[in-house]
Design a protein around this ligand. Structure first.
Ligand code: FES
Length: 61
């Protein structure tokens, strides 16, 4: 599923970035560009990122 239409970034790419250690929407944007053009996909990127970063923070705590 395409998440960022401006840069044709799909959810698989974002999940791969999360799996490889990306910890924020900003970091995902830096690595693949999602959310860095019109910004309309930022909330969708955040929804993909939050459960995973919460799990990582819980595991570390
Ligand atoms: S849809 Fe992602 S920046 Fe525009």
């Amino acid at each position: 599923m395409v998440v960022c239409h401006c840069l044709a970034v799909n959810d698989s790419t974002i999940r791969e970035l999360l799996d490889s250690g990306a910890l924020s929407v900003e970091e995902i944007g830096t690595r693949c560009g999602a959310g860095t053009e019109c910004g309309s996909c930022v909330e969708q990127v955040r929804r993909l990122a939050v459960p995973q970063t919460f799990a990582i923070r819980s595991a570390v705590a």
